[in-house]
Design a protein around this ligand. Structure first.
Ligand code: SF4
Ligand code: MG
Length: 334
């Protein structure tokens, strides 16, 4: 499909309080120069360890937060600096599903009212029309409309996330950014909710940005995957290409750190199948306030050479047609 969402050199920096008056103010570079396209109807997975900036990136993409620099375009419109009033006009088209349904649903409101809220904000219609639409949304996400008047605590975790999804769907968005939507759920429930995402995409032609720290989960749902490290995208590839031969050493390390998952997230394969060369990451994730010079991964990279500590690699096409931010991409031959 055509490009629905485009980020260009996007950055989100948080100034931190100076430790003392004589010291320079430090800056947390949560998102640091991200460029990506999301095509209509596809799922772009964003994966990385906690603290890599993926949630912040998700919030920037739907303009739930201000952007420090760079640009975001949605559906042909530059939304980087839109006023709150003009943002409200495009808000129905782009929605966020949150990680923790427990925390993102108001416990004192009935489920039906929670789902109705965006309809009321965007003046969907009269009370009867809103009620019909809410019942329809309950049906779409697999909840019984007889339970409209229940409170969030009367639902299971998986059902609560379905309420969050129904709320996101209410205004018929084109784009949904889902921020770790299953990581707070039991493993046995995760597959059901992922299948719901897949069904909804097919039914409504939705475009997803799907954020996860779990490589098994993103593999299951994504057409393409962006791998993030310290606020930057270090690799961007079609899902199968990424898994069959990662180009960036960090991607390879992430993959060797998790058990391989097949047939959906509920089945974890035994250690014997499809073993790949294991890389053990040494050292801690560096503090994003004091990012390493050169390649931000060089302090942990088993392949680092002198150049890596001084020269920052940009996300570019490698010899084998992968896109990786690495001076010495793996390209299958290392
Ligand atoms: Fe490793 Fe160097 Fe590539 Fe960075 S640029 S990932 S340090 S080989
Ligand atoms: Mg997060």
């Amino acid at each position: 499909g055509d490009v629905l969402l485009r980020a260009s050199d996007l950055a989100k920096h948080y100034p931190l309080r100076a430790e003392s008056l004589t010291k320079r103010r430090r800056v947390l570079r949560a998102v640091d120069g991200v460029s990506l396209d999301v095509r209509g109807g596809e799922t772009l997975g964003i994966v990385g360890e906690s603290g890599c900036g993926k949630s912040t990136l998700g919030r920037c993409l739907v303009r739930l937060t201000d952007i420090t620099s760079g640009r975001v375009e949605f559906d042909g419109q530059d939304i980087t600096t839109l006023s709150a009033r003009r943002l409200r006009r495009i808000r129905p088209g782009m929605q966020l599903v949150f990680q923790d349904p427990q925390a993102s649903l108001n416990p004192r409101r009935r489920a039906g009212d929670i789902v109705a809220e965006p309809l009321l904000i965007h003046r969907y219609g009269d009370a009867a029309a809103v009620r019909r639409r809410v019942a329809e949304l309950f049906d779409v996400v697999g909840l019984a409309s007889a339970h409209l008047d229940r409170y969030p605590h009367e639902f299971s975790g998986g059902q609560r996330q379905r309420i969050g999804i129904a709320r996101a769907l209410a205004t018929s968005p084109k784009l949904i950014v889902a921020d770790e939507p299953v990581s707070a759920l039991d493993v046995s429930i995760q597959a059901q909710v992922l299948n719901l995402f897949a069904d909804l995409q097919e039914e409504f032609g939705l475009t997803y940005v799907f954020i996860a720290h779990d490589l098994g989960v993103v593999r299951h749902v994504s057409d393409r995957i962006a791998v993030m490290y310290l606020g930057e995208i270090v690799e961007l590839a079609a899902t199968e290409a990424l898994y069959s031969a990662p180009a960036h050493p960090y991607t390879q390390a992430l993959m060797s750190a998790v058990p391989e998952i097949d047939d959906g997230p509920a089945t974890v394969k035994g250690a014997g199948a499809h073993r790949r060369e294991r890389i053990v990451l040494t050292g801690e994730v560096p503090n994003p306030v004091a990012k390493p010079t050169g390649c931000t991964f060089h302090t942990r990279c088993p392949y680092a050479r002198e150049r890596c500590a001084v020269e920052h690699p940009r996300l570019t096409e490698t010899a084998s047609g992968r896109r990786a931010a690495c001076h010495y991409p793996l390209d299958g031959q290392r």
